[in-house]
Design a protein around this ligand. Structure first.
Ligand SMILES: C[S@@+](CC[C@H](N)C(=O)[O-])C[C@H]1O[C@@H](n2cnc3c(N)ncnc32)[C@H](O)[C@@H]1O
Length: 285
């Protein structure tokens, strides 16, 4: 996804916050300059800053420059954690190759900053742990499970499923950069037969069937998936691993699961986030 980045030097930022609030714009940062004044950076969609923001800046006498396009990865570069992190028991993400060959863990090389899913968010770690449990529970049958990693980000959850020996893994995301990153990640780990495609929730997957659907998404999007009649054919039997759900919205998801024909088997909570595993036990009502 491309962003247009604008900058300005601001002598006195008084009134800026109120003006941006009034313009409904929050994507900016202000940093003190060593010699006095402030550096203002504004992040807009590729089409540029909204007219209301231009007007507010003009009223404050602030002249912005730039508008060059930068990708999400460009913007994140240099601000990213590079140390290894344990994703799930015995599974490590080592973004920069710092763990030696003698490390006893399973090491995943997820390049920093390509997309969400570097192991630092509890929602990713909880979902990875649940995948390990599902695969262990399924035993040899795991090899038959077709997996969809929906909202794949970096693709790390689909990668874990595949390295645990699942059947074919498909990965989808609404963000083409994430899809490219996920495709590259699974290819780099020599996963065979995966497909990575740009798709919005359940669109773009006609005729597909999965036994495992992983979705680390905001609760409202999960509710949309659960209410979508296409889910009946997409996952006619099997499991959902749902993460990224704010704990306060857990009951809403449990109700939606029930209506969609799924029974909640287990759940996990960490730092106000919740992960649920559910199994299809009947058809949707
Ligand atoms: C919280 S991240 C999860 C990334 C990764 N699966 C993980 O667990 O770390 C959510 C991902 O969902 C994607 N996403 C957001 N809205 C979507 C939609 N409507 N359809 C498909 N993907 C979407 C985002 O682009 C982002 O990559």
């Amino acid at each position: 996804m491309d962003h247009a980045v604008f900058t300005a030097v601001v002598a006195d930022p008084a009134g800026l916050e109120d003006a941006m609030d009034a313009a409904g714009f929050t994507a900016y940062s202000l940093a003190s300059r060593p010699g006095g004044g402030h550096d203002l950076t504004l992040y807009a969609a590729a089409a540029g800053l909204p007219e209301a923001v231009h007007r507010a800046l003009r009223d404050l006498g602030i002249a912005v420059q730039g508008g060059a396009l930068a990708s999400t990865a460009d913007l994140l570069r240099g601000h990213l954690p590079e140390d290894p992190i344990e994703l799930a028991p015995g599974w490590w993400i080592d973004p920069c190759g710092r763990l030696g060959a003698d490390h006893p863990g399973r090491i995943l090389r997820v390049p920093p900053g390509t997309a969400f899913g570097d192991g630092h968010h509890p929602s990713t770690r909880m979902a990875a742990r649940r995948l390990l449990e599902l695969a262990a529970r399924d035993g040899a049958a795991w090899a038959e499970r077709r997996v969809l990693d929906l909202g794949c980000g970096s693709g790390v959850l689909g990668l874990v499923a595949a390295l645990l020996g699942s059947g074919p893994v498909d990965l989808t995301d609404i963000d083409p950069e994430a899809v490219a990153a996920a495709d590259a990640l699974l290819t780099a780990h020599e996963v065979r037969g995966h497909r990575a495609v740009v798709a919005d929730l359940l669109t773009g997957l006609p005729g597909q069937r999965y036994e495992v659907l992983i979705a680390n998404l905001y609760a409202d999007l999960v509710v949309e998936i659960l209410a979508d009649p296409r889910l009946t054919d997409l996952v006619p039997s099997g499991h959902l691993v749902l993460s990224g759900i704010a704990s306060a919205k857990r009951a809403m998801i449990e109700n939606a699961l029930d209506r969609a024909g799924f029974t909640c088997l287990s759940s996990d909570e960490e730092a106000w986030w919740c992960c649920l595993v559910a199994e299809r036990t009947r058809t949707a009502v």
